[in-house]
Design a protein around this ligand. Structure first.
Ligand code: FES
Length: 66
């Protein structure tokens, strides 16, 4: 089964686990999901009002109609 999920986060959410900071991915692009791996840099400059998907190992941005 496959599913498409729409996320609007452009950076991680910091949480504390046993007094240590952990950065949780909120953009959905991380290869180490649920943890942030820095891939959110790919979506940092997305223009507002448009929707994109990211493809391939280099996370190529493709605009979608929905
Ligand atoms: S928030 Fe998704 S990779 Fe950093």
């Amino acid at each position: 089964m496959a599913r498409l999920v729409s996320l609007t986060g452009k950076g991680p959410v910091k949480v504390e686990v046993q007094d240590k900071p952990v950065f949780v991915c909120a953009c959905g692009l991380s290869r180490k999901f649920p943890f942030c791996d820095g891939s959110h840099k790919k979506c940092a400059d997305e223009p507002e009002g448009k929707t994109f998907r990211y493809e391939g190992p280099d996370l190529t941005r493709v605009e979608t109609s929905a």
